[in-house]
Design a protein around this ligand. Structure first.
Ligand code: HEM
Length: 150
């Protein structure tokens, strides 16, 4: 189960469902890096872009690597939600986070146990449209195969 949790987290790190998130400043303020904002300013953070930052995730940031979330005993290693921002952080953190993990695990187990999925065209690049919610540009055609014995 820790590996499935890590695989889902790694998927959300690379492909965050909320790709861009914006906030409006209630008052004049100074951000931790010294940048000044004024009341009414809009501040956005981009989980979709942050996943490409080596400064945050290291040189292998572009790699799909569930192992980065596991410690030496194979247990899930938590990260600060201010680093792994797929569910946002602080008082505005997604209240459905744990529920959505449960749903994603149940669906993964049921679907992957019974079926194998393959891209219809392995050579066609998959592109994304990073809007508020991350969308696949165009469509993603996959073929489904029954796993033997299930
Ligand atoms: C992979 C699944 C999900 C992701 C990545 C996700 C991500 C997020 C993010 C980033 C926010 C913050 C938006 C903002 O305030 O700017 C948010 C808010 C919220 N999410 Fe989720 N969410 C997920 C699933 C769910 C589910 C399953 C539920 C309900 C069962 C849920 C309920 C909410 C609610 C009610 C808020 C608003 C919280 C507030 O305004 O204080 N989410 N979610």
């Amino acid at each position: 189960m820790p590996y499935l949790h890590a695989a889902i987290t790694e998927t959300l790190r690379l492909y965050p469902a909320v790709a861009v998130d914006s906030k409006i400043c209630f008052s004049d303020d100074t951000l931790p890096d010294g940048f000044s904002v004024r009341k009414g300013d809009m501040v956005s953070y981009l989980p979709y872009a942050m996943r490409r930052m080596k400064l945050i995730w290291g040189d292998d940031t572009e790699e799909y690597k569930p192992e980065r979330w596991l410690d030496e005993n194979g247990e899930f290693r938590r990260e600060s939600p201010f680093k792994f921002t797929a569910f946002q952080a602080g008082s505005q953190i997604c209240p459905g986070k744990e529920f959505s993990y449960r749903q994603m695990k149940i669906f993964s187990v049921v679907l992957l146990r019974c079926f194998e999925f393959k891209l219809s065209d392995e050579k066609k690049p998959v592109n994304y449209r990073p809007m508020l919610n991350l969308e696949i540009d165009g469509s993603l055609h996959v073929r489904t195969f029954h796993r033997h014995g299930n």
